[in-house]
Design a protein around this ligand. Structure first.
Ligand code: FMN
Length: 358
């Protein structure tokens, strides 16, 4: 059903972006079997073919759904029926909050990008937890992305992350500390070493009693020195990995964060710094996100030393077809090199012919 999404998009893009987004999530929540229209079932014999082994839980496919698309975990049953290897819900905050005034989501179709200034609109921990408890994740990896409430003072942010960790550690395969959204005043300041250290050290005791893989999601608007300070803290506090990156600020476009192709370059630079630094600590995963929109982008990330990526904006522009295209790209490389699985491919990448080099 390759034409289904382009057709849906034609209609959907004539509506306000947030209105159609909310509506679509509701429909997908009520009819998760709509996934059948996209032909994304992996046969049992291919169960391990696309698997990527990570320091955190292994993903059954190297592409996951990025945070923010299903903030309240309403359509987990739908998304987990697609090829996605992991689904990250949230950002969830302890208390419900409305987010910033509307309109707050804008499309840039000519560059397949978006700008959002949502501000962590979500139903709050209790509601998201209840949705998760009544959802199925079809054996996929479930991540929950955690953020502070807007009204929580910055110096008390660690309390919000502690509350959220306790709420979601049992039900999640991994958790994410989000200190990189540009849409909550002061939040990105929490990426500075002292503030970040306060959060990570406050979580230390809880993590030892109640371990759950823990990632940190960072912004693409940091420099190399800052990236290296973050890696040092990640090592010091034994984080499972870094998710790089969130949206980027482009003042000329207006308030909020830019995602999609317009954020690829900045995001890719930060990913490269992080991957270079992380090479010496194989215990640290680097999940790539930001402007990834094709098998070529995944391939570039693999060449840079990464394994698994997430997408958001490319899913809005291409729909589930992007996953079929990435799977086809993987299949071609595996077949032409006589390799059986993605894990084996990643172990032998330097010997494999680059499909993008003519
Ligand atoms: C409308 C919108 C809402 C988002 N909300 C969140 C969020 O709540 N938490 C978060 O960590 N990232 C959020 N993101 C960022 C994405 O997870 C991702 O990091 C970013 O969009 C870059 O990836 P992309 O280019 O594939 O979209 C949001 C992105 C968009 C476009």
């Amino acid at each position: 059903m390759k034409l289904l999404y382009p057709l849906f998009k034609k209609i959907a893009f004539s509506f306000d972006p947030e209105v159609i987004h909310e509506y679509s999530i509701r429909v997908l929540s009520d009819y998760p079997l709509l996934s059948e229209l996209f032909d994304q079932k992996v046969s049992v014999s291919e169960n391990d073919k696309y698997k990527v082994s990570l320091n955190g839980p292994s993903w059954s496919f190297p592409v996951g759904l990025a945070a923010g698309l299903d903030k309240n975990a309403l359509a987990l049953d739908f998304f987990s029926r697609l090829y996605f290897g992991a689904i990250e819900v949230g950002t969830v905050t302890p208390k419900p909050q409305d987010g910033n005034p509307k309109p707050r989501l804008f499309r840039y179709p000519e560059t397949e990008s978006l700008r959002n200034k949502m501000g962590f609109n979500n139903g709050g921990a209790e509601k998201v937890l209840s949705h998760l408890l009544s959802s199925t994740k079809n054996n996929k990896v479930l991540g929950v992305n955690l953020g502070k409430n807007k009204i929580t003072p910055i110096d008390k942010a660690w309390e919000d992350y502690n509350i959220l960790y306790r709420n979601f550690s049992k039900i999640s395969d991994y958790l994410v500390i989000n200190v990189s959204s540009p849409n909550t005043p002061g939040l990105r300041g929490l990426q500075e070493s002292d503030a970040l250290e306060e959060i990570l050290s406050s979580l230390g005791q809880i993590r030892s009693e109640d371990p759950c893989p823990l990632y940190l999601k960072i912004s693409p608007d940091i420099d190399k020195t800052h990236a290296s300070a973050i890696i040092n803290l990640a090592k010091k506090y034994s984080l499972t990995g870094i998710i790089a990156t969130n949206t980027t600020i482009m003042k000329e476009k207006g308030e909020g964060g830019i995602s999609g192709k317009l954020c690829l370059e900045k995001s890719r630079n930060v990913r490269k710094w992080i991957l270079d630094e992380a090479r010496e600590c194989p215990d640290l995963d680097v999940i790539g996100v930001g402007g990834i929109s094709s098998f070529k982008d995944l391939w570039d990330f693999w060449l840079a030393g990464g394994k698994a990526v997430q997408i958001y904006t490319a899913f809005i522009y291409q729909g589930p077809n992007i996953l079929n295209q990435i799977k086809d790209g993987i299949d071609d490389v595996l077949t032409s090199n006589g390799i059986k699985s993605v894990n084996e491919l990643l172990e032998n990448l330097e010997k494999v012919k680059n499909p993008f080099k003519k």
